[in-house]
Design a protein around this ligand. Structure first.
Ligand code: ADP
Ligand code: MG
Length: 245
């Protein structure tokens, strides 16, 4: 699904990603953990072309988004990034649109389906995330947990092959994280391919097939949750996990 080789990203003199490489298979759930500033968001944003990398290769579904630092054409980039959906820490809903209009905007703009087809799908997805009764409400009248469930439903509208989550519960009060994590867990059970940047170690352990520990712009350690949490090989992984307890 995703192939990343020697990915490099600098902001001016600051090297944020240093030769990051990994592969992700269809249906895999990967949790990315690591200290603040280690490059987790930049890595995720690079996959969906919200950041331009400085070097390296990203292939999505076998096709090059960027090959050894050279980007595909604008049209090909869009075709590939359309296969992915992203959910952000701060929801990024459109405040002037109802919940349903938030879901329907992108598919309508891109003429993904008939109006009736898009309507059917938006109602199905709101039902899936438990918010059918909120279809005509504006985001300001939702709790953080509800907003994030809307954001997940919105990402699913485009029928992505891959979902990327950047700390989806970090902006939520602790009592609201469970409802969001449950939706993500359900997607995992449906074999959605996902990369989830998270500080929720318990959740990562439970839902991930593999965990990447990022530190200082590198994947310092990768393994199954059992390996990484139960028997970390590197001192810096141990130190991080100790602090997160
Ligand atoms: P994380 O998500 O792990 O906290 P980030 O990927 O957000 O880390 O940031 C990695 C590093 O890149 C940090 O030092 C951050 O300050 C820097 N950085 C991120 N975005 C930018 C930007 N647009 N311009 C300059 N520096 C940035
Ligand atoms: Mg981040």
């Amino acid at each position: 699904m995703i192939e990343v080789k020697q990915l490099k990203k600098s902001f001016d003199a600051l090297e944020v990603l240093k030769e990051v490489s990994f592969d992700i298979q269809a249906g895999e759930v990967v949790a990315v953990i690591g200290p603040s500033g280690s490059g987790k968001s930049t890595m995720l944003r690079s996959l969906i072309h919200l950041e331009e990398v400085t070097g390296g290769t990203i292939r999505i579904l076998g096709q090059g988004l960027v090959e050894e630092g050279r980007y595909a054409s604008g049209k090909d980039i869009r075709t590939l990034t359309d296969r992915m959906g992203m959910v952000f820490q701060h929801f990024n809903l459109f405040p002037h649109l109802t919940v349903r209009a938030n879901l329907e905007l992108a598919p309508k703009t891109l003429k993904k389906d008939t109006a009736a087809g898009i309507r059917k799908r938006s109602m199905e997805l709101l039902d899936k995330v438990g918010l059918l009764d909120k279809a005509d409400v504006y985001p300001a009248n939702l709790s953080g947990g509800q907003k994030q469930r809307v954001a997940i439903a919105r990402a699913l509208m485009m029928q992505p092959d891959i979902l990327l989550f950047d700390e989806p519960t970090s902006a939520l009060d602790p009592e609201l994280t469970g409802e969001v994590l449950r939706v993500i867990k359900q997607l995992a059970q449906e074999n959605m391919t996902m990369i989830i940047v998270t500080h929720e170690m318990g959740f990562a352990r439970e839902v991930a097939d593999r965990v990447f520990f990022m530190d200082k712009g590198e994947i310092a350690e990768a393994g199954t949750p059992e390996q990484l949490f139960g028997n970390p090989q590197r001192e810096r992984t141990r130190m991080f996990l100790q602090r997160e307890k």
